[in-house]
Write a protein that binds this ligand. Structure first.
Ligand code: SF4
Length: 331
C-alpha cells in the first residue's frame, strides 16, 4: 500500500471577494500524497477549504498555483492540472468524484442507465454492447437492481441515489475517487451501508479514496490516514489510530472531543471550540488558530508554525506539538 498514486504539490486556490476585492486564500500551499489503495480523509469545519481542495484536484475548479501529479500506467508521472485535450481525456477516467448531495447531483431528466453510462460514452472507446455490459455489472456491484436502470432518479431514496452516484464514479474503473461529503446527507443507518459498500468496492477495485468529511465519527471507520484542515491549510496529518488516540494539534484535540464516545461512562474534559472560523480573507497573524487555542502563547500570535514531520508519517503545524499532552478519543 506504499506506492504513490497522486502527489499534490504546493496547491493553492485564491478568490477575489466581489465586494471588498480582498483576496481569499481558500486553499493555501498544500502538499501531500495519496498511496495506492488507501483512504485518506480530509476533515475540518465548514469553510476550512476541504471541498475546494477536492474540486481543485479533479479540475472541477481551476487552481491558482501548484501541481497534481498522477502516476499512471507504467508509473508514468503527469501533472493532471496541465494536461490538454487528448492527454487529459486519457487520464480523466482515472480520477472521479462522488458528490455531496445525491438529490441534486443526478440529472432528473436522465435515466439511471444514461447517468451511469455518461462517463463511458465520453471516453468514446466502447461499443454499445460493452457499455451496457459494464453498466449492468457496476449496477449489480453497487447493490442496484438492473431493472432500476430504466427509471429516473426521483423514484429512489437518498441511499439508492448515492449508490447511483457511486456506480457512475466507478464505471470507468478509476484509480482515484474524491468522495465529497458522500454520506453527510444520509440517515445514520444508511451512512453505515454506504461506508461498507465503499470499503468493499475499494477492496475489489483497489481504488484510492480521498474522503472529504466534517464528521470525525464517520471518518474513523473508513480512513487509513487523516489530514485535518484549518483555514485552507493542513495542520495535522497522521495515521487514523495515532490521530484519534494521541492528537498533536490543539485543533485536532478540540474536534475529537466533540466525537460521541462509544462508552458514555468514559469521562473526558471536553475541549469546546470557542468562536467561529475566522474570515479566510483576513486570517489571524502568527498561528491562524491562536484566537481559539487554549494553549496559545505570545509567540503564537506573531510567529506562524509550519507543517513539520514530527514522527514517521506524522506532520503537525504547532510550535508546541512535542510538548503538549493532548487528549484523544480512546483514553
Ligand atoms: Fe495553539 Fe500556538 Fe500551537 Fe497554534 S502554535 S496551535 S496557537 S499552541
Amino acid at each position: 500500500m506504499s506506492e504513490t498514486i497522486l502527489e499534490i504539490e504546493h496547491l493553492s486556490k485564491e478568490f477575489k471577494e466581489k465586494k471588498s476585492s480582498q483576496v481569499v486564500k481558500a486553499v493555501s500551499d498544500i502538499s501531500f500524497s495519496l498511496r495506492k489503495g488507501e483512504t485518506l480523509s480530509l476533515v475540518g469545519e465548514s469553510g476550512c477549504g476541504k471541498t475546494t481542495l477536492g474540486r481543485c484536484i479533479v479540475r472541477g475548479i481551476e487552481s491558482t498555483a501548484g501541481h497534481v501529479y498522477f502516476y499512471g500506467s507504467g508509473a508514468r508521472k503527469v501533472d493532471f492540472l496541465t494536461l490538454k485535450s487528448r492527454a487529459y481525456k486519457e487520464v480523466r477516467p482515472d480520477i472521479q468524484m462522488i458528490f455531496q448531495d445525491p438529490y441534486s447531483s443526478l440529472n432528473p431528466r436522465m435515466t439511471v442507465f444514461d447517468i451511469i453510462s455518461e462517463p463511458l460514452r465520453a471516453m468514446k472507446r466502447f461499443s454499445k454492447q460493452d457499455i451496457e455490459d459494464r453498466v449492468k455489472n457496476i449496477a449489480r456491484k453497487t447493490g442496484l437492481n438492473v431493472s432500476y436502470l430504466k427509471r429516473y432518479p426521483h423514484s429512489f431514496s437518498g441511499g439508492q441515489r448515492q449508490r447511483i452516484g457511486i456506480a457512475r464514479a466507478l464505471v470507468t474503473e478509476p484509480k482515484i475517487i474524491v468522495c465529497d461529503e458522500a454520506v453527510s446527507a444520509l440517515d445514520v443507518s444508511i451512512q453505515a451501508q454506504i461506508i461498507n459498500l465503499l470499503k468493499d468496492l475499494q477492496e475489489e477495485f483497489n481504488v484510492t479514496y480521498l474522503f472529504i468529511s466534517h464528521d470525525l465519527s464517520v471518518v474513523e471507520h473508513i480512513s487509513d490516514r487523516v489530514a485535518v484542515m484549518y483555514l485552507g491549510e493542513i495542520i495535522e496529518l497522521a495515521n487514523t489510530n495515532d490521530l484519534y488516540e494521541r492528537p498533536m494539534h490543539p485543533y485536532t484535540e478540540a474536534l475529537l472531543s466533540a466525537v460521541p464516545k462509544a462508552n458514555p461512562d468514559l469521562k473526558t474534559n471536553r475541549k469546546v471550540l470557542t468562536g467561529e472560523v475566522p474570515n479566510p480573507a483576513n486570517r489571524p497573524s502568527g498561528c491562524h488558530f491562536h484566537p481559539r487555542c487554549a494553549y496559545r502563547t505570545e509567540k503564537c500570535e506573531h510567529v506562524a508554525p509550519t507543517l513539520t514531520e514530527i514522527e514517521d508519517g506524522r506532520s503537525v503545524s504547532c510550535h508546541y506539538a512535542n510538548e503538549l499532552k493532548l487528549q484523544g478519543v480512546f483514553q
